[in-house]
Design a protein around this ligand. Structure first.
Ligand SMILES: C[S@@+](CC[C@H](N)C(=O)[O-])C[C@H]1O[C@@H](n2cnc3c(N)ncnc32)[C@H](O)[C@@H]1O
Length: 291
């Protein structure tokens, strides 16, 4: 098994598992990570890699997607019950069952966290293209994927993910909350929904409120604030003038990517993205930008 094979238990649009080797070989991760913060955790591939490679002493993971963070909590604390519940979904799976499970009106007080997490993983693995999508009321509206044999879960992946999540602090929060925990020397990886270059180019509807150009601007201000605080910051985003203008004072690394999902599921071509860092590739600690 390669060190880049990370135990991602969901398919997540914009997931970074296929970019880990490229990021690593370009020397984009710092040399040492004692405290790690990731405020757009998504499918968690960067976290799993960092945890395995650097074993940080303190970890803070968050995302605005409530059901997603509940999945992490359940995988961390009760992987066995989750596997039992996933077995039930797997045994019953069909198109009709998918829509019945999808259309359950989630009641966060009445449903257990294990039920919420198992439902989320089941829908994620059986929906069209793994495209978790919510409408303006926050309800999942992804169509059925019609796969012959969807791999709904792998016990070993869930167990590995659980072990790596041991001790991590998890929270449902918007990215601004990193302000309250970030300290000088922390490594913070930001993987926000990407800035949309065209109306069909990328998918950003992970939550009911989306991520606007104003959000991108606020995020870049936070990046600059954390740079001043002495944090080591890395951020992935689209390669376009808007993003280059926001982060032009920092190191801009261009990354070539074969992206899988376009809005019609057909656009699978090579595109460019950026990975911005506020530290140099080799001499990280000594070279924070000064403002
Ligand atoms: C590009 S994905 C992250 C992908 C992740 N790095 C991976 O490898 O799977 C963006 C994530 O940002 C989350 N998100 C959207 N708006 C947010 C906000 N305001 N604050 C925190 N998370 C947000 C979405 O729920 C989604 O999980």
């Amino acid at each position: 098994m390669s060190r880049y094979d990370v135990p991602t238990f969901i398919k997540w649009v914009g997931g970074k598992s296929s970019l880990l080797a490229q990021y690593d070989s370009l020397g984009l991760f710092p040399q040492k990570v004692d405290r790690y913060i990731e405020p757009f955790i998504g499918g968690g591939s960067v976290f799993f890699f960092i945890k395995r490679s650097y074993n940080p002493k303190e970890i803070y993971l968050s995302d605005r997607n409530r059901e997603l963070v509940i999945c992490y909590e359940v995988i961390q604390k009760d992987p066995k019950s989750l596997i039992e519940q996933l077995k039930v979904h797997k045994a019953n799976s069909s198109e009709d069952y998918y829509y019945r499970v999808r259309d359950i009106d989630i009641n966060f007080t009445l449903m257990s966290k294990v039920e919420i997490a198992a439902r989320f993983i089941y829908l994620n693995k059986t929906c069209f293209n793994g495209l978790y999508r919510v409408n303006s009321k926050g309800r999942n509206n992804s169509p059925f994927g019609n796969y012959k044999n969807p791999s709904i879960y792998d016990e070993n992946v869930i167990k590995d993910a659980s072990a790596l999540l041991y001790g991590a602090n998890l929270s449902i929060a918007s990215y601004e909350a990193v302000r309250d925990v970030a300290e000088s020397g922390d490594f913070i990886y930001f993987d926000p929904p990407y800035y949309k270059i065209s109306s069909t180019s990328s998918f950003t509807d992970y939550t009911d409120v989306g991520f606007t150009a104003d959000d991108q601007l606020r995020l870049s201000m936070l990046f600059k604030e954390l740079n001043k605080r002495g944090c080591l910051c890395m951020l992935s985003n689209s390669y376009c003038d808007f993003i280059l203008d926001l982060y032009g004072d920092f190191n801009v690394n261009i990354i070539s990517v074969r992206r899988m999902i376009n809005s019609d599921g057909k656009g699978r071509n090579e595109i460019r993205e950026v990975a911005i860092t506020n530290y140099e590739r080799t001499c990280h600690q000594a070279s924070l930008f000064e403002f």
